[in-house]
Design a protein around this ligand. Structure first.
Ligand code: NAP
Ligand code: GDD
Length: 324
């Protein structure tokens, strides 16, 4: 039975990837960091089928110990300070986890077992102020946030360890991907959750920042499949994973409110607190390489995704508030 270690298993992608790998017959080890309150909401339904181990990307020794003890063949590094907005208020912490954390885990792999196959969760945020549209694996980076800068470091250190030490290390440049397990601080889930609350009479208004920002939004379960495919190839490489379509935050609002028969203009207000010091205006990816070499393609379109997210939040809130 193949064994995989996932850092960030309690996050959106980590929870989907763990389920996917279990379905493929893997033994899954998930690294969790110590917190005073345990939040395993996303993994509770399969927690008894994975092994959870303590470790932190800030602590190299913890990484070496858990690799020595569990000896995985594949490591998926999904852990990060992943919220772009927070990276301006915590730039050094973001760099420690999201940038240097990658070197720590690569070094731990090199020390314990350099044959381990490694996946790094890189991001379309690296393209930032985009140099071309759509963005490919060869598009130059111009990150616009401390998070984006940290991800550029993580991307290049992964390539550098591949070239320096011959490691099987891949970087997946994933565009935004969403779903029922997305954190509520990210704009898509913030909208779907608010629409559900407004529909159920639990909230009146939704405060947002830049409605004109455009993103290439995909469906998270599709994207974790691409991570696994990258580690099954003969040679390690880097791939853009995207839908190839961009939509604005405003369009997301229109569809989400339409799902409950409402007009977003009657509920959405602009709040400057949600504007960013530097914005990424337009992200749109070209997934041709992934389609041709990995056989990967998305299964869910934008409108379907928005409507599913709203329906899911209505269901969750009804359960939580005991509503009919
Ligand atoms: P997420 O929901 O925010 O999950 C982040 C995970 O990292 C959580 O499990 C978190 O643990 C863990 N973590 C944070 N700091 C850590 C540390 N110091 N040591 C160990 N674990 C730590 O993020 P996601 O959306 O699943 O994204 C997964 C990865 O893909 C991230 O690296 C993100 O930057 C990248 N990415 C995401 C997208 C996207 O659209 N979702 C696109 C491109 C790239 P706690 O639960 O304890 O907080
Ligand atoms: N979060 C948030 N909240 N974003 C808002 C809001 C708001 O109230 N109003 C408008 N936006 C805009 C942001 O300015 C941004 O342009 C866009 O919505 C998307 O913001 P997020 O959902 O926070 O995601 P992100 O694109 O900054 O980052 C996500 O995708 C990256 C891939 O490009 C995260 O998942 C990153 O970890 C990931 O790397």
């Amino acid at each position: 039975m193949p064994k995989a270690l996932i850092t960030g298993i309690t996050g959106q992608d980590g929870s989907h990837l763990a389920e996917f790998l279990l379905e493929q017959g893997y033994e899954v080890v998930g690294m969790v960091r110590r917190t005073s309150t345990i939040r395993f909401d996303r993994i509770r339904h399969f927690q008894d089928r994975v092994t959870l181990v303590s470790g932190d990307l800030l602590d190299e020794v913890s990484l070496i110990h858990l690799l020595r003890e569990h000896r995985p063949q594949e490591v998926y590094n999904l852990a990060a300070q992943s919220f772009v907005q927070a990276s301006w208020s915590q730039p050094v912490f973001t760099g420690e986890v999201t940038a240097l954390g990658v070197t720590r885990i690569l070094d731990a792999i090199r020390i314990v077992d350099p044959e381990i196959r490694f996946y790094q969760a890189s991001s379309s945020e690296m393209f930032g102020k985009v140099r071309e549209v759509p963005q490919t694996e060869l598009t130059p980076f111009h990150p616009r946030s401390p998070y984006g800068v940290a991800k550029v470091y993580g991307h290049w250190i992964t390539i550098n360890y591949r070239e320096s030490y011959g490691m099987y290390a891949c970087s997946g440049i994933l565009f935004n991907h969403e779903g029922a397990r997305r954190g509520v601080e990210f704009v898509t889930r913030k909208i779907s959750d608010a629409v559900a609350r407004i529909h159920l009479g639990l909230q009146q208004e939704l405060a947002l920042g830049n409605l004109d920002a455009k993103r290439d939004w995909g469906w998270a379960p599709d994207y974790v499949r691409a991570m696994w495919l990258m580690l099954q190839q003969d040679e390690p490489d880097d791939y853009v994973i995207a839908t190839g379509e961009a939509h604005s935050v405003r369009e997301f609002c229109q569809i989400a409110f339409d799902q409950v028969g409402r007009d977003y203009r009657e509920h959405v207000v602009i709040d400057e607190r949600f504007l960013r010091p530097a914005e990424v205006d337009l992200l749109i990816g070209d997934p041709t390489k992934a389609r041709e070499q990995l056989g990967w393609q998305p299964t869910i379109g934008f409108e379907d995704m928005v409507r599913r997210m709203v329906d899911n939040d209505i269901r969750l809130l009804k359960e939580e508030h005991d509503l009919p």
